[in-house]
Design a protein around this ligand. Structure first.
Ligand code: C2O
Ligand code: CU
Length: 509
């Protein structure tokens, strides 16, 4: 195995060599893991396509206990690039899938029907979900057409609870208001299947949040950002290996692509009133990070929430660094612009590449505010004498191939790397070689230290379920699992790393 120079330097840097942030939140090391995949299709001019808003999913019935939904996973031919057709795999045949908009404490029972020709698994990211509904990567929904799914799962099939054609997931939603998302989690094939469209939002609302005088209705908008590349005929380009899971060696750092989709549209445009808006930003990209900023003018992002719901107090950011799978709930005040102004959201990590544009249409009344106190959320005091665990995210051997490992091990569904007691705080330490966005299922966590310092990055606040760990960095988090016993996952949310084995099971007991 030939180690790249970059890999060698990162490893040689050692675990203690934490990087420091510069004042503007950027880092000294390359921020972007991954290899650029270029489209062959003729790409449209930016800011021509209106921003789509994914439809809200309606229950098929409700009773005293729960709301019941059905989602059909199917192929669809979508016009993503104007004038071309892209075959996508979509929840209800759309990309992104429909948005679930639910009340805290109200159970959602979701039947997922698989009409695709591959096996799938659904995970509710950020959900406090019982293990049988959490989307263990071998709890496959086999295609209804009776075929095996085209996946070469080899000897990996054991240890999964497989169903054919459909599966019912139970989401208690017994957690505070937050912006969650759902996406595919199929063993070895998550990256290509999310890339082709299997992702959507799941918003939980509660009383505490409803009382706040925040923008709502059509002034509360999801921004689901995902980069994709397109072949000349409009089909998705993805450098999958022909003979099994994973990507071509060149892309093992991650696939980053040259078209930015927001809510499924390339570099869209959206007309706004000159008032405050609430945006729920999700980075649904496989590997790309964004540092979102405005090309001109005074607008900032006032963060009100993180992955796991409201912050205690708002935090104002000039730019927003969003790693794969992270969510930022932000308020943007367009009253600082004049009707006729146009303001473009750009990605500062990619030479100010375009993301989308807002056109300020008119002045309008605005009775919203950003309260100084948002939530009773409080930082948990660091407990003494708790169990500590270390999770080391590194390159390594994944079944005879170059891949990615946790604590030196490639993902093995039969191996639980930890037995974790419910209802006890633990301090987990994440250590990296190169850049990895680390995600934990079942429970949110609080970041305690970054690079050995209790001064965190400005993006670490609140309850998180995904934390971006820079090259050769050490981050400590405080976590407590509750209510649900079973098998859960910790993994890198760079989806190419995840598929190439950077995932570990743990068991709550
Ligand atoms: Cu967003 Cu294990 O996943
Ligand atoms: Cu990674």
């Amino acid at each position: 195995m030939k180690m790249s120079r970059r890999g060698f330097l990162a490893v040689a840097g050692g675990t203690g060599a934490a990087l420091t942030l510069t004042s503007c939140g950027q880092e000294a090391n390359p921020a972007q893991a991954g290899e650029l995949l270029r489209s062959k299709a003729k790409l449209p001019e930016p800011f021509q396509v209106p921003l789509p808003i994914p439809p809200v999913k309606k229950p098929i019935r409700s009773d005293a206990k729960a709301d019941y939904y059905q989602v059909v996973q199917r192929k669809a031919s979508l016009e993503i690039l104007p004038g071309l057709k892209t075959e996508a795999m979509g929840y209800d045949g759309i990309l992104p899938g429909p948005t679930f908009d639910v009340r805290s404490g109200r159970t959602a029972i979701v039947e997922q029907v698989n009409e695709l020709d591959v096996s799938t698994v659904v995970h509710l990211h950020g959900g406090h979900t019982p293990a049988p509904s959490d989307g263990w990567p071998l709890d496959l929904i086999m295609p209804a057409n009776g075929q095996h799914g085209g996946h070469q799962m080899g000897g990996h099939m054991e240890g999964g609870d497989m169903t054919t054609g459909r599966r019912t997931y139970t989401y208690p939603n017994a957690q505070r208001a937050a912006t969650l998302w759902y996406h595919d989690h199929t063993m070895d094939y998550t990256a290509p299947q999310v890339y082709r469209g299997l992702f959507g939002l799941h918003i939980i609302r509660d009383e505490e949040e409803a009382k706040l005088p925040l923008p709502k209705g059509d002034r509360e908008i999801p921004l689901i950002i995902a980069d994709r590349a397109f072949d000349a005929d409009g089909s998705f380009l993805y450098p999958a290996l022909k003979d099994g899971p994973g990507v071509e060696a060149k892309y093992m750092e991650g696939v980053v692509a040259d078209v930015t989709l927001v809510n499924g549209a390339p570099w869209p445009v959206h007309e706004v009133d000159a008032v405050r808006y609430r945006f729920r930003v999700l980075n649904a990209s496989n590997a790309r990070r964004y540092e979102l900023g405005f090309d001109k003018g005074p607008a900032t992002f006032v963060q009100i929430g993180s992955d796991g719901g409201l912050l205690d107090k708002p935090i104002e950011h000039k730019t927003l660094v969003v790693a794969p799978a992270e969510r930022f709930d932000v308020i943007v005040d367009f009253s600082q612009y004049q009707p006729g102004d146009e303001v473009t959201v750009v990605n500062r990590l990619d030479g100010n590449a375009n993301v989308m544009r807002f056109k300020i249409a008119r002045k309008a009344a605005d009775d919203t505010r950003i309260p100084a106190t948002l939530s009773t959320y409080a930082v948990t005091p660091r407990p003494a004498g708790v169990v500590r665990r270390e999770w080391r995210f590194r390159r390594g051997d994944a079944g005879g191939h170059r891949g990615w490992t946790i604590n030196g091990k490639a993902f093995d569904p039969k191996v639980m790397q930890a037995q974790v007691k419910l209802d006890q705080y633990e301090i987990w330490t994440f250590v990296t070689d190169v850049h990895h966005p680390v995600h934990v299922h079942l429970a949110p966590f609080q970041v305690l230290t970054r690079g050995g310092q209790s001064k965190l990055s400005e993006f670490d606040h609140g309850w998180k379920d995904t934390v971006d760990i820079r090259p050769a960095e050490v981050v400590e988090v405080l976590v407590k699992f509750t209510a649900h016993k079973g098998k859960y996952l910790i993994h890198c949310h760079n989806l190419e790393h995840e598929d190439m084995a950077m995932m570990a099971g743990f068991e709550t007991i």
